[in-house]
Design a protein around this ligand. Structure first.
Ligand SMILES: *Cc1c(COP(=O)(O)O)cnc(C)c1O
Length: 407
């Protein structure tokens, strides 16, 4: 129904819902069937072959089996593809299942090398560094992509804004440097509301849908928007390896889409206010937020992104002890990993999300990461103000070296 020229707010409300009126329903249906009736052996077998190869179920056939295809998942995929401006999207059981499927799909016997721009989410860094999937990885800075690509490079992987220091990477420049090698962009922090990597030449725009897309901290999932050929290849990988999203989670993630643009804009505006306030606090050494002076030297906000997003990195003058104390001194923020939900979270990347990252590339121990939710900015600032004073007071003088929890 609605045309692709709609603004993102309108598209988000209607995306992936085109078939509902025909079904005689208004809310998203949840289809929990693990298996599906087969018309006869021939059509059943044909359906199996098509879907296991990554295709859509034939019109006169069957969806066969829920590891291969599920209508609730497919509806969410359609919705997300529309928001990302992609021909299609493929959804997975988690963000990491999506990263794994992307790597398995793009690599082949002769191409097992990955170029990855750091910093990355700790789990992605861990997967790449582990070589578990039979890949080798060259980690590099954004300006070193071209010199890191080899004849056997299967993919360039990057995140922007990057987790946890909010560095921005120029996607079009990365694509130019990759010189034909597919570029995978983890778009989790920006969401399609603020950034559409496919429009800048990326082959895949990947999400931990657990974060902003779901937005309510009650569903784990991953999704990749891409062209039709890559979607077919990803679905084939998914059918073989079994990483499909659960339909209940697909329902929750799809239900998150209509409010996504509004949530992101309000959270972003609050984050801008909180980040600016933090820069004035004596206990704070440095604030990472793309809205702050110097954080966007290439002018990507406006050109590549519609705004700086709602994630903040805070480096504490008092180092690890104050950072650690702050995570428990807050009361409106919850001390928990994950991000992008309606409630504000705080966590310590070096101890938690980025713990598996090799020491040289691990974020500063003085850094905490804030995910700004939908609370009022003044309440969040009051909570941080009180907690910063408390954390600074709790921490003994440098002589009390025994307070350091991690080596
Ligand atoms: C959380 C996260 C992931 C991993 O997603 P899961 O849903 O936890 O598997 C990947 N990338 C980024 C940027 C993330 O924040």
């Amino acid at each position: 129904m609605a045309s692709s020229s709609l603004h993102v707010d309108s598209a988000a409300v209607h995306a992936g819902r085109d078939d509902l009126a025909g079904l005689g329903v208004h809310a998203l249906p949840i289809d929990l069937s693990s298996t599906n009736p087969l018309p006869d052996v021939e059509l059943g077998g044909h359906s199996y072959e098509v879907i296991a190869g990554g295709g859509h179920p034939p019109a006169d056939g069957s969806s066969v089996y829920a590891r291969l295809w599920n209508p609730t998942v497919a509806r969410f995929e359609k919705g997300l593809a529309r928001l990302e401006g992609g021909a299609d999207a493929v959804a997975f059981a988690s963000g990491m299942a999506a990263v794994t499927a992307a790597l398995l799909t793009l690599t082949s016997a002769h191409r097992r090398h990955i170029v990855a721009v750091r910093p990355l989410y700790g789990g992605t860094d861990h997967l790449l560094a582990s070589g578990l999937l039979g890949t080798t990885t060259t980690f590099c800075a954004p300006e070193r992509i071209a010199s890191s690509v080899r004849a056997d490079t299967a993919a360039v992987f990057l995140e922007t804004p990057a987790n946890p220091t909010l560095e921005l990477v120029d996607i079009a420049d990365a694509v130019a440097q990759a010189d034909g090698v597919p570029v995978v962009v983890d778009n989790t922090f920006a969401t399609p509301v603020l950034q559409r990597p496919l429009a800048h030449g990326a082959a895949m725009s990947l999400h931990s849908a657990t974060k902003y897309i779901g937005g309510h901290g009650d569903a784990v999932g991953g999704v990749i928007a891409c062209d039709d050929d890559l979607a077919t290849a990803l679905r084939r990988t998914r059918a073989i390896t079994g990483g499909i999203l659960h339909p209940m989670a697909a329902y929750l993630l799809h239900r998150g889409l209509p409010t996504l643009p509004t949530r992101v804009r309000v959270q972003q505006s609050t984050a801008h206010e909180v980040a600016a306030w933090l820069t004035t606090h004596p206990a704070v050494e440095r604030v990472h937020h793309p809205s702050l002076p110097g954080a966007d030297p290439s002018g990507l906000i406006g050109r590549q992104m519609h705004g700086p997003g709602a994630m903040i990195g805070v480096v504490l003058t008092g180092g690890f002890p104050v950072a650690a104390a702050l995570t428990t001194a807050v009361s409106l923020f919850t001390h928990a990993v994950s991000l992008g939900g309606v409630d504000s979270l705080i966590q310590h990347p070096a101890a938690l999300t980025h713990r598996p990252v090799t020491a040289e590339a691990r974020p500063s121990e003085a850094l905490v990461r804030l995910s700004i939710g939908l609370e009022n900015a003044a309440d969040l600032i009051a909570d941080l103000d009180r907690a910063l004073s408390l954390a600074a007071r709790q921490v003994p003088s440098p002589a009390g070296a025994g307070t350091r929890v991690r080596p």
